[in-house]
Write a protein that binds this ligand. Structure first.
Ligand code: F6P
Length: 323
């Protein structure tokens, strides 16, 4: 293994830069050249590669986003697109690839590895935290803390006006951010899209809270597969309980900003472990962290298998809300 490449793909996540830096440094440590691929799979197909130098990864540890850029490439989802990408990897004499991304990116990377035999190690990097085989993915902790900061700010104005607020958080179909930010932010209710979304039940809970003397409330909503869904929910609830409400969709603010210490350390551990995995000859595996131990799983076993939050945490949230 003389030359490896790193690519970031799909939605960016805070901590990706810390991971790229760790990969570069591990490369130096083990005597392996590290190339960066710009703009995700789109850049891989176009051969947008460069040798990462020390100055490229200087002063990026605290930056959100990804210095490599990213994309959601449709072309890479076709066999022809992946063949072009494989040709480019060959042309640049890349012996192994490290992929940082989420489930969609893993799917493409796995196909590339199976079809061409190019050794690939995947690193979970998504704010959604919905990847099996790791307790946390890079970016999740930062996203939760950003959502929490916003919820705390909204609480100030909610109290001042005596208002009902609906705060919608990202996560696509997974509810990890909603659950953790909702618990930490003291949400009155959570809407998690876990199959138990009952507007009538939500209205009853809120009515009972207001009857008990509460004069403001924050409901945290997981966006699900319909970002902006909280507008419809707030309208229905306001009409039904005859109370004015406001909606705040946090959206992409949750993906930006400086990564937390937890995300930076996770990024460092996973980046270094990915480089040593390639050097040891591993292929087609995802490196994650389970119970503070580095864990490797075949990408095949994690791809398409979206992880749900621990039911014990969901149960706990039910105890904390509604009183
Ligand atoms: O996968 C990360 C994520 O931020 C999801 O939580 C969200 O639904 C989606 O990406 C948004 O994607 P885009 O940036 O392409 O609008």
């Amino acid at each position: 293994m003389q030359r490896i490449a790193v690519v970031t793909s799909g939605g960016d996540a805070p901590g990706m830069n810390a991971c790229i830096r760790a990969i570069y440094r591990a490369g130096k440590f083990y005597g392996v050249e590290v190339y960066g691929i710009r703009r995700g799979y789109a850049g891989m197909i176009e051969g947008d590669f460069y040798k990462i130098e020390r100055h490229d990864v200087g002063n990026i540890i605290h930056q959100g986003g990804t210095i490599l850029g990213t994309s959601r490439s449709r072309e890479f989802m076709t066999p022809e697109g992946r063949q072009k990408a494989a040709d480019m990897l060959l042309e640049h004499e890349i012996d192994g690839l490290i992929l940082i991304g989420g489930d969609g990116s893993f799917r493409g990377g796995n196909l590339l590895s199976c079809e061409t035999g190019i050794p690939i190690i995947a690193i979970p990097g998504t704010i959604d935290n919905d990847i099996p085989g790791t307790d946390f993915s890079i970016g999740f902790d930062t996203a939760v803390n950003i959502a929490l900061e916003s919820i705390d700010r909204i609480r100030d104005t909610a109290i001042s006006h005596g208002r009902l607020f609906f705060v919608e958080v990202m996560g696509h179909t997974s509810s990890f951010i909603a659950l953790e930010a909702g618990i930490a932010g003291g949400a009155a209710q959570l809407v998690l899209h876990d199959g138990h979304e009952e507007i009538e039940e939500l209205c009853n809970q809120l009515e009972s809270l207001f009857r008990m003397g509460k004069h403001h409330a924050i409901v945290v909503i997981a966006e699900g597969d319909q970002p902006g869904c909280s507008f419809g929910i707030s309208k229905k609830v306001s009409q039904r309980i005859q109370m004015e409400s406001r909606v705040c969709v946090l959206g992409h603010t949750q993906r930006g900003g400086s990564p937390t210490a937890r995300d930076r350390v996770l990024a460092a551990k996973l980046g270094i472990s990915a480089v040593s995995a390639l050097i040891e000859g591993q292929n087609g595996v995802m490196v994650g962290e389970l119970m503070r131990e580095i864990a490797y799983h075949p990408i095949n076993d994690v791809v398409g298998k979206i992880r749900d939050p621990d039911p014990r945490i969901t149960a706990l949230s039910k105890i904390l809300t509604g009183y």
